[in-house]
Design a protein around this ligand. Structure first.
Ligand code: SAM
Length: 347
């Protein structure tokens, strides 16, 4: 899976135990990002809906959540991947913009991204293979990047992994059906069917995912946008439509309150951390329509990008190394007995 700010990889075993204990049959992951949490729900047999505003997240959700592996001929996927891995590199927008003018990827890999992405568009658009092939390319490119995990800067000297050869692998598709929606959480919340369990993992600071992962947006949209700044960010990074109300201290609390009030979920599981703009009291109050609210605390090592900082085109350090500990919290809200069962699942 791709490196992702706020990814819940470390929290996954805990979330899995909570979900399993809940016995939920239907799940909703409203800020799905890498879809890791939605995948865990799906693996537990739930019907899952995965929502996010990002185009690359939609590609991952179409692949891992919406596709039902049991209804597809997976040999078609492996032979498509084999063909794409044999496509010779050819310099295009991606190489010029992200490998020559900036140094996010080695040019040899940039040329392969250019050629493979073009082939996916020409040969597979409209086929069920389209999204898994895009996901495979996204993950392969992430494995050979030269960043600390965000795309607002690249490393001063090439990362070791950037010298590796880009290689597409077969994504591990899951059996079972689900739904992927590229949408703004508050816009869709009221129209979603009632679910047994909803997981909410909103952004908790001012750093916007659209700008931090602009290369993945461009790789998926394949629209060769105009760009600006040292990181060659998409020009539409500046558009208000690509800003999230969850990225501002001023608008986030109201947005989350509105979201919780609109959702139809028997049980709510919400992640936040010690950097977020909400106090425990505010979070508990937001969930007050539920019979019982519990907050669990976890201490994790902080995301590595913030420890070592990143560099811009002139080789200067951008962003300061941050604090090394990161307190994560999980809010559980639901009926008294359902919370009791989920807490018992953690013992
Ligand atoms: C903390 S990350 C979620 C990480 C995810 N749980 C994982 O494990 O990969 C927050 C996500 O919210 C998405 N997002 C931001 N604003 C949003 C909005 N208004 N509606 C829906 N998704 C939004 C971002 O694109 C990002 O993927």
């Amino acid at each position: 899976m791709i490196k992702y700010l706020g990814s819940k990889r470390a929290l996954l075993p805990t979330l899995e135990r909570i979900f399993a204990a809940s016995g939920a049959q239907s799940g909703l992951d409203l800020f799905t990002g890498t879809t890791r949490v939605a995948m865990t729900m799906k693996q537990l047999g739930m019907h899952v809906t995965a929502v996010d505003t990002a185009s690359y997240s939609e590609v991952l959700a179409k692949t891992y959540i919406e596709l039902d592996a049991s209804t597809r001929d997976l040999t078609e996927l492996s032979s498509a991947i084999e063909n794409l891995n044999a496509v010779p590199g050819r310099k295009g927008y991606f190489t010029t913009t992200f490998c020559e003018q900036a140094r996010f990827f080695h040019p040899k890999n940039g040329q392969r991204v250019d050629a493979i992405r073009e082939a996916i568009e020409i040969d597979y658009k409209g086929s069920w293979l389209y999204f898994p092939l895009l996901a495979s390319l996204l993950i392969a490119a992430d494995k050979v990047d030269s960043t600390t995990g965000v795309q607002m800067a690249y490393l001063k000297t090439w990362s070791r992994r950037s010298a590796l050869e880009l290689e597409l692998k077969i994504p591990e598709l899951l059996p079972g059906d689900g739904l992927s929606l590229r949408a703004e959480a508050n816009e869709v919340a009221g129209n979603l069917p009632e679910v047994d369990i909803a997981y909410l993992d909103p952004p908790y600071n001012q750093h916007r995912y659209f700008g931090n992962y602009h290369i993945w947006e461009t790789l998926v949209r394949w629209d060769s946008p105009e760009y600006y700044g040292v990181a060659n960010k998409r020009i539409d990074n500046r558009d208000p439509v690509n800003k999230s109300e969850f990225n501002s201290k001023l608008t986030m609390p109201k947005a989350l309150e509105k979201l919780i009030s609109r959702l139809r979920a028997k049980t709510l599981v919400l992640s936040y951390n010690n950097e977020s703009w909400l106090s425990r009291k505010e979070l508990t109050d937001m969930c007050s329509r539920y019979e019982r609210v519990e907050i669990l605390d976890f201490d994790f090592k902080r995301y590595v990008g913030s420890q070592i900082g990143g560099y811009n085109q002139s080789g200067e350090l951008v962003g300061r190394p941050g604090a090394k500990r990161n307190l994560e919290h999980i809010v559980l809200a639901g009926s008294g007995p359902s919370i009791e069962i989920m807490l018992a699942g953690l013992k």
